[in-house]
Design a protein around this ligand. Structure first.
Ligand code: ZN
Length: 320
């Protein structure tokens, strides 16, 4: 089967070409869709042993929110270029790792769909059920893939893409003691929101205390940061959230592990407000279209990712 050719895949192939020796890449899965194949790539940065603290960077779970994939690719390219000459940075990666999956849902990204090729919303696809009442449809449903936010059939296994992500996270958590994840999305509200679990309930999750420590450090270190930090359930409650599922899995299997998954929800309504014509394009609802706004978005989150790298490495300040 021939590999489907599209912009984001080309950007990832470009990253593979400029990989420095500290970086390796693996194909977690190859998805087939309408006579073409779509590889699901995962980069590991750093030669650190398996137990090293790890920062996970995830993009493109929702294919339409391409900006997430672009932010992760931009960061990797920034890192790969620096690793070629910055010897201090090379040393950091001797006992710290970044694992990046820039495009979890390549079929969705290629064809401008929120869901995967089977019409399933991957962020509603885990077996986790919401405890608090979730919004009709948006919170996830099993009516059918003719509607967005479809969870898939109850008895079916998780979708290939969702399972590949979960298996990777589980293997990292099983082998380490500290892991933070940043999953890049877009589309909700005017502000850039940094969400932590749960999506299923407004009952606080067990790492609330650690989140508060990280937030206090973030506010002190970067006092002018732009992010609104809150549990996801402050905005809405959903079924099937992959990070809820992974967090609960961690609690059951590795209760002492320090794992906190975060989601960056880039507020796309600002892009709409400044350029209302975007309202008429499906991609424009979720992505910055004008060149200068695109460049600014790519730069805007470098500091956030840097902070998360540093806080993952220096975990004594927030661990239990
Ligand atoms: Zn999303």
């Amino acid at each position: 089967m021939k590999e489907y050719n599209f912009e984001e895949q080309e950007l990832i192939n470009g990253l593979i070409e400029i990989m420095p020796p500290e970086v390796s890449v693996e194909t977690l899965e190859v998805i087939s869709y309408k006579e073409s194949s779509y590889p699901l790539h995962c980069f590991t940065i750093g030669s650190a042993p398996k137990g090293a603290p790890t920062l996970l960077l995830i993009g493109g779970v929702h294919g339409l929110e391409k900006v997430g994939t672009h932010v992760v690719i931009s960061y990797l390219s920034f890192l790969f270029e620096q690793l070629k000459w910055n010897t201090d940075l090379q040393k950091i990666f001797q006992n710290f790792k970044i694992v990046a999956i820039p495009m979890v849902n390549p079929v969705g990204v290629a064809h401008n769909m929120r869901s995967n090729g089977k019409g399933v919303d991957l962020m509603r696809n885990s077996p986790t059920e919401a405890i608090d009442k979730s919004l009709f449809l948006i919170g996830g449903h099993r009516l059918g893939n003719f509607l967005p936010w479809y969870r898939g059939r109850k008895k079916d296994p998780m979708q290939i893409e969702a399972k590949a992500l979960c298996d990777k996270v589980k293997s990292i958590v099983s082998q380490s003691t500290h892991c933070l994840a940043l999953d890049f999305h877009s589309g909700f509200g005017l502000k850039d929101r940094l969400w932590y679990p749960y999506a299923k309930t407004s009952t606080p999750f067990s790492a609330q205390n650690q989140v508060e420590k990280i937030q206090a450090l973030f506010d002190k270190t970067i006092p002018h940061h732009i992010y609104k930090i809150e549990p996801q359930s402050d905005q809405y409650t959903t079924h099937g959230d992959l990070w809820d599922y992974l967090y609960d899995w961690k609690e059951e299997n590795h209760p002492r592990h320090n794992f906190i998954p975060w989601t960056l929800e880039m507020g796309s309504w600002t892009w709409l407000k400044k350029n209302p014509i975007q309202l008429f394009s499906k991609l424009g609802l979720f992505n910055p279209i004008k060149d200068h706004r695109y460049s600014r978005t790519m730069r805007r989150h470098l500091l956030l990712i840097d902070f998360f790298s540093n806080i993952t490495k220096n975990n004594e300040v927030w661990k239990k």
